[in-house]
Design a protein around this ligand. Sequence first.
Ligand code: AMP
Length: 441
Amino acid sequence: MSFESLGLAPALLRALAEQGYTQPTPIQAGAIPLVLEGHDLLAAAQTGTGKTAAFALPLLQHLSTAGATQTRRPRALVLTPTRELAAQVHDNLRGYSKHLRVSSTTIFGGVGMGPQIQALRRGVDVVIATPGRLIDHMQQRSVDLSGVEVLVLDEADRMLDMGFLPAIKRILTAVPKQRQTLLFSATFAEPIKALAMQFMRSPREVSVTPPNTVAPLVTHHVHPVDASRKRDLLLHVLSQDSRRQSLVFSRTKHGADKLVKFLEASGMRAAAIHGNKSQNARTKALGDFKNGRVTVLVATDIAARGIDIDQLPMVINHDLPMVAEDYVHRIGRTGRAGSEGMAVSLVSHEESGLLRDIRKLLKQEIEITAVEGFEPSAPLRLDAGAPRPVQGQRQPRAPRNGGHAGHGGNHGQNRNVAANAGRNNRRPRRGGSASRPETRG
Ligand code: AMP
């Protein structure tokens, strides 16, 4: 299958050739003809599948051929859950539209409104926005969405997870009813279907990844370890090949910062990316990682959504995510496009229940091996009573001397942890202090 056979215009084909794309990915092959025919589209595709081009290419073709109007109102709107994803979609769009006269801009929080207002005033064809900041502009009447012909909801599942449903509904009242709507989501969970039923017209469905599966070329490794020794084990794993780039996940923003400090003090080149960082700091961290100045990028789940890093050899979970589906999103960063990837999780006894959920979801073997010198004092439990961390609770501190656990374990401690397990086995509660997970991008 070639891009030509999908019916794309020569100007787009030229841009694709310059990007080095030789053939469409499955989501592109499935989605592009349907979108070009004008259908609404419900697409199940994760990051890494080429989903951005799957909507960006037909969208650009529509804008360049369907009679350019004299209006300065945006003709296409792409909603994304995070600033990073908005910036990345914008970059991709600019690359694909190199030989077209189509203008685009991003609208997201964390940066001044002024330049965004000016760009909107000058007139722009495509707006790529996060819902919160777009609503700000709607309230200030600095954006007029009445000329939108194509609406894209990118990573719609994530937008719903992040509580953007009311904002999305509000935005939907501001765009014309007569429009084309394209919805991309990692899964077709019930809330996504409900959204589609309400706001789309006989959407066609395209699905390239069966829900909740990860790339088959990814191998999963779990190293059981005491929570207090995780960062030492992380350093040990990273030191196995210090030139290899790794993405490390931390459950909290505070934890991500602390890990970076620790890794830097240990001589590694590391940077953090999370929602408390300014947009500039995030862009710099990502840029440094991409150009190799930084070898370890420590991220929270939300900040990592949508960052575009190709074929990462290794993803490390310093903490397991509270929700098993997030494991799938995290691991989506490795083993892309046919290359092999490795997912390493450092799992403490208290996280046993989370590991159990992940195993159930993946329906795939995960190798559990203790690393010599880091054997845990309490084994992982994968039975129904397996403990789970309580959200907002601090992780035990690392001993100041970096003390070694020693072999053989401590049986007294073992019993204590087992006794605590039942108490810890509660539903995660909201709130907490420094170690509260990130809830917004
Ligand atoms: P996405 O899923 O949109 O985040 O895309 C993942 C990566 O695949 C991005 O770096 C794209 O530039 C790249 N990509 C998209 N389509 C193709 C293609 N047809 N051939 C090769 N790479 C592609």
